[in-house]
Design a protein around this ligand. Structure first.
Ligand code: ZN
Ligand code: ZN
Length: 326
């Protein structure tokens, strides 16, 4: 019974999955003498932080996601909670590339839930509100099965919308999945994308990205402990977007929060401390170091986080904020 039901569901599915390996507000901190203004976004290439958050549900910071805009096209990175609403907010702020029908391509750093919880929203809402071309998703190994399961989970909705009264277009719910490993993964007239394998605790598949456009080189760390490959990918670059945690977060007593969690070991294996980031940024020499996915957990102020980084780095630095343009 269960098998035949599954077959029926699959037969009903117009889902296309093409997975193949290697197929490859702007707010600066309160004014302090040590801050440098940093590079502003250029005419051609802009970065908009859609979500600067991390797994903890901070209502002021949506889940990890950003958009790179080049010549009217949007290239999304990660799909945390709130991504479509944040993109729509950015569209209302003057960036129509981020209207729902224009959301058609995303690059996933890794499959941690905070970076992927917005995927059903991204895939389905952009279709329901007008995108007819299949979605193009670039992600690490495991992305194909995740997308297949999302599609199956929303099968009732897709069937109703494609066969019923609503008459949504018949193609926009399809997703082409391109699973990648380290190396060049995408290129078009606007942008060249290279995936950089990064160390992120137990994750065997975690990546940062290097984006090259006509006027900018942007390096995104993804979630990672300190990575020399990220340094090399920048060194120098125009914009280094990097995660970080503060020393107070890493020093939480064992057993607090998640039961039995050894916080110090967790953070040092999975993430980059303020001290490590300061040293790393000095070597990477970016035009601007932009913090996102910064983990303070209410224990450290923005100013204290910056001062910890400043012990090892004196270049341009900003804290990314949701809907900030860089
Ligand atoms: Zn994360
Ligand atoms: Zn992660």
């Amino acid at each position: 019974m269960r098998a035949s039901l599954l077959l029926t569901m699959l037969a009903y599915s117009a889902f296309s999955l093409t997975a193949s390996a290697n197929d490859e507000l702007s707010t600066t901190l309160p004014q302090e003498p040590s801050y440098q203004p940093g590079q502003t976004s250029t005419e051609t290439t802009k970065v908009i932080i859609l979500g600067s958050g991390h797994p903890a549900p901070d209502p002021d910071r949506q889940g990890p996601a950003l958009a790179i805009l080049v010549n009217g096209s949007a290239y999304l990175v990660d799909a945390g909670t709130g991504i479509v609403r944040q993109a729509t907010a950015a569209a209302k702020n003057g960036y129509p590339e981020l209207r729902p029908p224009n959301l058609g391509r995303v690059f996933l750093t890794h499959l941690h839930s905070d970076h992927t919880l917005g995927l059903p929203d991204l895939l389905l809402s952009s279709w329901v509100f007008g995108r007819s071309a299949p979605f193009e998703l670039y992600g690490p190994k495991g992305s194909a099965i995740m997308i297949e399961n999302i599609h199956n989970a929303w099968m009732e909705d897709i069937t109703i919308r494609t066969t019923g009264f609503q008459k949504a277009n018949q193609t926009g719910h399809l997703t082409n999945v391109h699973e990648f490993s380290a190396g060049p993964i995408f290129e078009d007239d606007n942008i060249k994308v290279t995936a950089i394998a990064v160390p992120h605790g137990d994750w065997k598949q975690a990546y940062g990205f290097r984006f090259e456009t006509a006027d900018r080189i942007i390096v995104i760390s993804g979630d990672t402990s300190p990575s020399e490959d990220i340094v090399d990918a920048c060194n120098p670059c125009d914009l280094l977007i990097h995660e970080v945690y503060t020393r107070e977060v890493g020093a939480q007593p064992d057993g607090q929060g998640i039961a039995g969690m050894n916080w110090q070991r967790y953070f040092s294996n999975f993430h980059t401390s303020t001290e490590e980031l300061g040293k790393l940024a000095t070597k990477a020499n970016p035009g601007l170091l932009l913090l996102t996915h910064h983990m303070q957990l209410g224990l450290t102020s923005d100013e204290e986080m910056v001062s910890q980084i400043r012990e090892h780095y004196d270049g341009p630095l900003q804290i990314g904020v949701d809907l900030g343009v860089y």
